[in-house]
Design a protein around this ligand. Sequence first.
Ligand SMILES: NC(=O)c1ccc[n+]([C@@H]2O[C@H](COP(=O)([O-])OP(=O)(O)OC[C@H]3O[C@@H](n4cnc5c(N)ncnc54)[C@H](OP(=O)(O)O)[C@@H]3O)[C@@H](O)[C@H]2O)c1
Length: 260
Amino acid sequence: MITGASSGIGATFARKLANDYDLLLVARRKDKLDQIAAELRAAYNTNIEVCVADLSNPAEVAELAERISGETDLGLLVNNAGFGTKGRFWEATLASQEQMHQLHIMATVCLTHAALANMVPRNQGAIINVASVAGFVRGPGSVSYCATKSWMNIFSEGLYVELAGMGSRVTVQTLCPGFTYSEFHDVLAVDRERVAGKSLWMTADFVVDASLKGLRTGQLYVIPGWRYRLLTSLISKLPSSLRLAVEAARSRDRVMQKEQ
Ligand SMILES: NC(=O)c1ccc[n+]([C@@H]2O[C@H](COP(=O)([O-])OP(=O)(O)OC[C@H]3O[C@@H](n4cnc5c(N)ncnc54)[C@H](OP(=O)(O)O)[C@@H]3O)[C@@H](O)[C@H]2O)c1
């Protein structure tokens, strides 16, 4: 099952997995899901099912969780659906912040719980949580985004420890992409070059290939691209007082840029 399969990284997972798995594709836009499902059915001899659900709605998440609990051969859950917001925490609407926490955190909790209760007794299967490089920083203007993606990393680490401790063959991966071409920044209506220049952007193909390579070796953290691996490893080594001072200065610079 792949959440957020109607575009970007999720749709790319679907295209790369369709040869090996029957797929359940989840998102809100039925037309997009149907289009991808038709394309994959025509290309592969695979059963592709579409499920329209708003995963920021707990009742719809619960229905999906029940669905995957009953799957006899559940092989993989990709918790990928996500979105960003703009503006300082208190300037963005509370509804958008709540929706993000529901989607990134509660949907991941609920679906992962159902998937692992299914996979662990069979001693097979894998979870990929699509977090972000943003989970390593406290980005001004993306407080809830960074916090929820950071939570995804810690949550995945906890599961990894539990599963490894019991010698389970079920694996967990936290995929941490940096800037990736998808609809994500179109939804935010931001200028890609202004956000991150040219050299930091990756294709969804590159990101998903790195994830699937990591899946084969049971790698917990997959951070596609050497620049992002270097960045996250440097950030992780900074004392938190220094890291926070740098991030606060960045925040001040951004405000001054906007005011100029
Ligand atoms: N692009 C980047 O630079 C980047 C970097 C790091 C991490 N990520 C993460 O990668 C993941 C995929 O994003 P993307 O880059 O592929 O962006 P995208 O093209 O905008 O895809 C986001 C997907 O999430 C789905 N979605 C959003 N809200 C949903 C909801 N309430 N219920 C169900 N589905 C929902 C969207 O489908 P519908 O609109 O049809 O529901 C869409 O399929 C996200 O978790 C994002 O945080 C992206």
